[in-house]
Design a protein around this ligand. Sequence first.
Ligand code: PEP
Length: 251
Amino acid sequence: MMRTPILAGNWKMHKTSAEVRAFFKEFSQRTQSNWVRADIMFAVPYTLLAVAQEAADGMATIIAQNVHFEASGAYTGEISIDQLRDLGILGSLVGHSERRQYYGETDDTVAKKVTRLTDAGMLALACVGESRAERESNQTEAVVTRQIQSIFNAAKSIDRLVIAYEPVWAIGTGLTATDEQAQAVHKLIRGLAREHFGEGSAAKLRILYGGSAKPDNIAGLMQQPDIDGGLIGGASLKPIDFAAMIDNVTQ
Ligand code: PEP
């Protein structure tokens, strides 16, 4: 079964409108015909969603980095699914480790967001991954299994669900998981998907790797049987790097 790879940039709290326009101008000049073989996405700050949507001009899908699970209400500083949809934005990251670490995101809030997004027919790009301490104490499998079970139980449909395995110790640190370390966890996740949704759905589920992925290590990761793309922070900020990654994956 051929799964279309996804290369998703996560811009975190970077860029202004002018920088977004400049990014897509340069990015468009680097576009290759091969790129149709991948789904290209960017998760951008709320204030840049509209300008990115316009500047990307169909070259990439623009998604949010977070969303609230309630439809509306007294939640100062939050954004709802309908408010995203109002801008033509049809998906969001959910449970990025920075949200879990710094903003109190839990398996429970991640689950609620996955339910609401998948119920609304929106893409939920849900992130899981163990900390360094958890890996060093051999809890990787237990932690990822707990996080994934919670997401799978919450998903109303697997069709609009994408998983990103992002070992926390590899995010923004320059320490990439080895191809074998990443594949072992991706295989675990696909096995859990098989148990939960059946063989056919598990074979279609796209599982991305994230954590210091770069132009020179993405190809090796992508050769692993259960790695279907990347969620990319630092190396998605410059068109030259991100374009090189897409080239490496679509050749
Ligand atoms: C991320 O933020 O999802 C990420 C993987 O960051 P980086 O590529 O910079 O490690």
